[in-house]
Design a protein around this ligand. Structure first.
Ligand code: BG6
Length: 478
């Protein structure tokens, strides 16, 4: 792409989450959170999918890589300097709730935790990098999970209010861009991550998840209003995991099914966050699935009053859907279900690679909502190898990102109002789904491995200079 399509001031950068890269899990008065009890390795996925996970650590059996992350807690200056060298305009990070309120239900925050993020924001400001802060990224304080049952419990709305207000008040002069709940719509698939509970049984999963989601909708809307009151000019977005849903073929039954899946997965939460109301199809869906939501008086008004300023989303893959699957097709789809798409290749972790799907996603979202969009996660998890000369030739990552950015450009030409792009895991970090270090996304390699070995030394990959040039040229040199 040689023509300029991205607007001036386009927010190029990278994305992370506290629990996956900060480490320092027992430093600075921090309490434990969900990610601290998730084991490293493929065992994690099974636990995430099962009912009855007990949220206990078993150090004889498992490792817990999120405890150490990549030690951003102690190395943030070095890391931010590298982000600045790439020319980042924005840096997406989350705040670890349990650093601010170690148990989650205290009345007073932990000053040491607040001071840490002051230092991080000040460091970013030195380089004119705008922070984009996710308030809740899969890191509900463990105490809130064990004592209250996570987001199923209405009390979490109150605790989140206090947490969010504390952040807005403290960082009002330092942070303009905020996101409420990471990938909120992923909750019905895997309630454990976003909602902080393991369903009582597969049969109760939907009922429990939608109740938890309702609490997050109210909490998010209240946070949006509060941010606007406390920080004039602040921009608060929602955060969705977005996967366009393709029908496997033109059989109208399959097309209808794909459409319903898309409505439910991609648009349900978006409608609540952006339009301020439950979607038109919710009543029938709730009735047919015997879901009944307990609401308090005023909840629907709150939701209506707290609509977001923009939509942010993660994009890794599309989904190909079929109403009836043969036994062979079951389980062949990607992480979020469906069947195999014969036109797409997949990553080493089976995530189908579909750059055009990103253009589709951007058009679908913009077509429905007409609010500014930001892609806040996208990238390729891959095995990287250090060559004899010490270099890391990650051309596969460059190719992946180039194709996705090109399609983003096409969407902008289509008329989509896109304001930024932060690729996921701009520095290698712990994978959320598998707890592996070996699933690497970064432009910066971190010498840390699944067996716990490694020096944590940082090293630029080939993609580092490539991304620098993308940013420098505002996307014209890919
Ligand atoms: C998103 C999450 O789902 O995908 C991130 O918001 C996560 O936390 C990212 O890391 C990539 O997934 P994974 O499992 O490869 O780390």
């Amino acid at each position: 792409m040689t023509e300029q399509v991205f607007k001036d001031g386009f927010l190029w950068g990278g994305a992370t989450a506290a629990n996956q890269f900060e480490g320092g899990y027992d430093e600075g008065g921090r309490g434990l959170n969900l990610a601290d009890v998730l084991p490293g390795g493929k065992a994690r996925l099974k636990l995430l999918a099962s009912s009855g996970f007990d949220f206990e650590m078993d150090t004889d059996k498992y490792s817990y890589p999120n405890h150490e992350g990549i030690d951003f807690y102690n190395r943030y200056k070095e890391d931010i300097a590298l982000f600045a060298e790439m020319g980042f305009k924005v840096f997406r990070m989350s705040i670890a709730w349990s650093r601010i309120f170690p148990n989650g239900d205290e009345l007073e925050p932990n000053e040491e935790g607040l001071a840490f993020y002051d230092r991080v924001f000040d460091e970013l400001a030195k380089y004119d990098i705008e922070p984009l802060v996710t308030i809740a990224h899969y890191e509900t304080p463990l105490h809130l999970i064990k004592e209250y049952g996570g987001w199923k419990n209405r009390k979490l709305v109150e605790f989140f209010d206090r947490y969010a207000e504390t952040l807005f008040t403290r960082y009002k002069d330092k942070v303009k861009y905020w996101l409420t709940f990471n990938e909120i719509n992923g909750a019905t698939h895997m309630p454990l991550f976003g909602l902080g509970f393991s369903p009582e049984s597969p049969e109760t999963r939907l009922q429990e998840s939608f109740q938890g989601l309702h609490h997050q909708f109210v909490a998010s809307a209240r946070a949006v209003k509060k941010a606007h009151e406390i920080i004039p000019g602040s921009q608060v977005g929602c955060m969705l995991i977005y996967a366009p849903v393709y029908s496997f073929d033109s059989n109208p039954d399959n097309v209808m099914h794909a459409r319903q899946e898309a409505d439910l997965f991609n648009f349900f939460c978006g409608d609540v966050h952006v339009r301020g109301a439950y979607p038109y199809f919710a009543d029938r869906y709730f009735e047919e699935n015997e879901i009944s939501i307990e609401m308090e008086d005023g909840d629907l008004e709150t939701i209506q009053e707290g609509t977001v300023d923009f939509i942010s989303f993660s994009y890794y893959m599309s989904r190909t859907d079929k109403k009836e699957k043969t036994p062979e097709e079951l389980g062949q789809g990607n992480l979020i279900g469906g069947v195999k798409n014969p036109f797409l290749e997949a990553s080493d972790w089976g995530w189908e690679i579909d750059p055009v799907g990103l253009r589709i996603a951007l058009n679908e979202l913009y077509g429905r909502y007409q609010v500014p969009l930001m892609v806040v996660e996208n990238g390729l998890g891959a095995h990287d190898k250090i060559e004899e000369d010490g270099s890391i030739q990650d051309d596969y990552r460059i190719d992946y990102l180039r194709e996705h950015i090109r399609e983003m450009g096409e969407a902008v030409k289509d008329g989509v109002d896109l304001i930024g792009y932060t690729s996921w895991g701009c520095i290698d970090l712990v994978s959320a789904s598998t707890g592996e270090y070996s699933k690497r996304y970064g432009f910066i390699y971190v010498d840390k491995h699944d067996d716990g070995s490694g020096t944590m030394e940082r090293r630029k990959k080939k993609s580092f200079d490539w991304y620098k040039q993308v940013i420098e040229s505002n996307g014209t040199k890919l």
